[in-house]
Write a protein that binds this ligand. Structure first.
Ligand code: HEC
Length: 441
């Protein structure tokens, strides 16, 4: 790690010496993967990268008035109110928030699923046909954008600075009070699922369906085109000291509820549930015998009538069902040496490795194998404190450094080539049947 850091500093110095224009956008800090066409009339995404350089003055933490284990609804509503406070939900220009600014993660542009130019959305796991009900007969894309509150933005600043020096992964530990939210939009229409009836729509620039009526998931390498997406879900992560003996985080999600009595359609979001731990003791067999997780609470299943996460654990309706929110996010590390989920057919003996309650600084480690036990091999790996945007950003950063590619070519220097990790991540993020590779690579 040290070596990488020094080499990369040297490289950056060279780049700086060689550059002439001062106000250039630092590499990886471009707003989106592609630029708007010349006469584009609509809104254009501008990222919020002016990170606080000192710890922001104490912010209110209204959710702290509630116990997430016994008052999960109240806790989630308090977080949701905080996310919406001062926000113009039609634009979500988080830097214009009148109460507190929120911040985006840099280096989320160059991969196949990188930010689109209208709202800064990145492509998420596609939703296989049938997952949103019996009328949902085609695979639909899901796209989302995440942002951190000021105290989270402070940590982003410690990691990324102003973009003129290499990211410092040793700073990737968030302070208590950090909140990160992600809004998620679906390609599905009301005829396919009642869930999005009346939901706010955004025009975005996403992967074209090719051929036009294809039922399969559009590849990330397909050209991007204008399309409308509908609000579907809002995810939150809260760094809460009350969860310290578990993971340190409370992760939860809301889904659009057409029957909500709220008048503002953006506020028709209903809490699905939350989790603060992975219930490592709850095996697949236990769950089949009716045992319930104790570190997840499910509040609402949106008429989808199935478990969203493994063994009844908390997960989103369009997330990978072999996983859970905190399971997938626990793998965030640098370098990203493990896939985000167990393999689809892994039994509990291997899969249980993905359901540990790691503390924020504990790296997931290399995945278990015939010769390697779970959690045994963490040398050279750093935890990214449950942030998968940081993981993706650092993969993109690494892929852009020629010297890292060279290091990768030297056997045993690093355990596995970055390119494999990129592929594995993309495979898992999207559809297992249709692997989508980084177009960049
Ligand atoms: C199978 C993996 C997976 C599962 C399951 C998953 N996520 Fe994520 N999540 C990701 C990835 C990958 C990103 C970053 C990529 C992006 O934003 O484009 C992400 C980003 C986020 C972010 C933005 C902060 C961050 O970590 O980068 C939040 C908040 C979040 N997810 C919450 C949730 C919640 C809540 C759940 C469960 C309801 C959940 N996630 C389930 C993979 C997963």
């Amino acid at each position: 790690m040290r070596l990488i850091h020094q080499v990369s500093l040297a490289l950056f110095a060279l780049v700086l010496l060689g550059s002439t224009a001062e106000a250039q956008t630092p590499a990886g800090w471009e707003p989106a993967k592609n630029t708007p066409p010349a006469n584009w009339p609509g809104p254009v995404f501008e990222p919020s990268f002016k990170f606080p350089t000192s710890i922001p003055a104490e912010d209110t933490q209204p959710w702290k008035a509630f116990d997430f284990k016994t008052e999960p609804n109240e806790y989630m509503e308090a977080v949701l109110d905080y996310v919406f406070e001062g926000q113009d939900p039609d634009s979500w220009r988080v830097q214009d928030n009148s109460v507190r600014k929120w911040y985006h993660v840099p280096w989320m542009v160059s991969h196949g699923n990188g930010r689109e130019f209208i709202h800064g959305l990145t492509r998420e796991r596609s939703t296989p046909a049938g997952d949103l009900g019996s009328n949902h007969r085609r695979c639909t894309q899901a796209w989302g954008v995440g942002f951190y509150n000021p105290i989270g933005g402070y940590t982003l600043g410690k990691v990324f600075g102003d973009g003129t020096s290499p990211p410092d992964v040793s700073e990737a530990t968030f302070l208590p009070g950090t909140v990160v939210a992600k809004i998620l939009f679906t390609e599905a229409i009301a005829q396919e699922t009642d869930i999005v009836t009346g939901a706010p729509e955004w025009e975005v620039n996403i992967n074209a369906r090719q051929p036009v009526n294809a039922r399969s998931c559009p590849r990330a390498s397909n050209p991007r085109t204008r399309a409308k997406l509908r609000l579907f879900q809002l995810d939150v992560g809260v760094r809460d000291t009350d969860a310290d003996e578990f993971t340190g985080w409370v992760f939860g999600t809301f889904i659009y509820d057409p029957a909500s009595t709220q008048t503002n359609p953006w506020r028709k979001l209903r809490a699905v549930g939350l989790m603060w731990g992975n219930d490592n003791d709850l095996s697949d067999a236990d769950a089949q015998n009716g045992q319930m997780p104790e570190e997840s609470i499910i509040l609402y299943k949106a008429d989808l009538l199935r478990d969203f996460g493994r063994g009844g654990r908390m997960n989103g309706p369009v997330d990978n069902p072999v996983s859970s929110c905190l399971s997938c996010h626990s793998t965030a590390m640098f370098p990203q040496r493990a896939g985000m989920t167990p393999r689809r057919n892994d039994g509990w003996d291997r899969a249980s490795c993905w359901f540990r309650n790691l503390n924020p600084t504990e790296p997931f480690g290399r995945p278990p194998s015939n010769t390697r036990a779970c959690g045994q091999s963490t040398g050279g790996l750093r935890s990214l404190d449950y942030s998968l945007q940081l993981s993706r950003a650092l993969i993109n950063y690494s892929a852009a450094q020629p010297f890292l590619a060279e290091l990768n070519a030297i056997p045993n220097k690093l355990d596995a080539p970055f390119i494999d990790v990129n592929r594995q991540l993309n495979d898992l993020t999207l559809d297992d049947e249709e692997p989508i590779y980084d177009v960049q690579r």
